[in-house]
Ligand binder design. Structure first.
Ligand SMILES: C[S@@+](CC[C@H](N)C(=O)[O-])C[C@H]1O[C@@H](n2cnc3c(N)ncnc32)[C@H](O)[C@@H]1O
Length: 277
């Protein structure tokens, strides 16, 4: 695998790619259908987990490499982490497993939440599930529900891995306000999601585009493709400090199909400043 390229620059499109994006505008998702997708968002994700169970997403073993904050600390203090849109637990379980193996007293207390009740059931069915270390609960992070489960100013870390892209852009600010409330001063958000002009965005055919950079997949779930500046502004407008915010260009070889798949992600770290003044 080639090393990732980390850059603040948006991918330059070829003429062919520009044509493909133009083509998508020929048939947009109707307003009626777009509203229906928003109403049915939870159902579509729940059906996704009914179909795929725990098979779809791979364990996220790269997280400690990309985000040093997820490694154990030397100070021996217990920290708390919320994984938003945890799916079946592909991020939290590798971290918890490592923590238990090393018999570390410090490390994280994990909270994991997802929109889909089925996904949460899978998290709870994991053999490592034990409320001594982890609590999983169902919630829609665009509402106030999360505050019924976690105290304000109590979290050290919040992770959002391919989650905000599943939420309508009109609700992004509300999500960030919720995270802001939950984080301690000095707490951070770790973010990774689809970057603008990722190959999956270019591949959408007419009939899938809902709005600028927002698309509907075949199964009714949605995905948004983030532009670097826009994400920085989104976090800044809610009071966060941008510590890091870059595109990650990654080439992965799909051995089975013998094709090279270039992906673009946007990865960032944002903090709630210690001093709010
Ligand atoms: C692409 S999946 C990513 C899952 C997981 N983070 C991972 O990387 O394997 C998006 C997840 O976000 C969840 N989700 C979508 N909208 C949500 C919302 N409003 N509140 C909480 N979770 C949501 C979905 O149920 C789904 O599990």
């Amino acid at each position: 695998m080639e090393p990732d390229i980390i850059t603040a620059n948006t991918k330059e499109l070829s003429e062919d790619e520009k044509d493909k994006l133009q083509e998508q505008n020929k048939r947009m998702v109707s307003e009626f259908k777009a509203k229906q997708l928003e109403i049915d968002a939870q159902r579509h994700w729940d059906l996704f987990y009914k179909r795929n169970e725990t098979r779809f997403f791979k364990d996220r073993h790269w997280t400690t490499r990309e985000f040093q904050e997820l490694l154990g600390t030397a100070q021996g203090e217990k920290r708390s982490l919320l994984e938003v849109g945890c799916g079946v637990g592909n991020l939290v379980y590798p971290l918890l497993e490592e923590q238990l193996k090393e018999e570390r007293q410090e490390g994280f207390y994990f909270y994991a939440c997802d929109f889909s009740p089925r996904a949460v059931e899978f998290v709870r069915a994991n053999e490592l599930y034990d409320t001594k270390h982890i609590t999983a609960f169902q919630c829609d992070i665009t509402t106030q529900q999360v505050h019924e489960h976690i105290a304000e100013n109590s979290l050290d870390v919040c992770t959002m891995i391919f989650v905000l892209s599943a939420i309508h852009p009109d609700k992004f600010s509300q999500v960030l306000q919720n995270l802001w409330k939950l984080l301690k001063p000095g707490g951070i958000v770790l973010f990774r999601d689809y970057g603008l002009y990722d190959m999956a965005q270019l591949r959408f055919k007419p009939g899938h585009k809902i709005a600028e950079n927002l698309y509907m997949r075949q199964d009714g779930t949605r995905s948004y493709y983030f532009e670097q500046e826009q994400l920085a502004q989104l976090f800044s407008s809610q009071g966060f400090q941008v510590l890091n915010n870059n595109y990650v260009h990654r080439r992965t070889l799909n051995l089975k199909e013998g094709i090279d798949v270039p992906r673009i992600f946007l990865q960032g770290k944002f903090s709630k400043p210690l001093d709010e003044s």
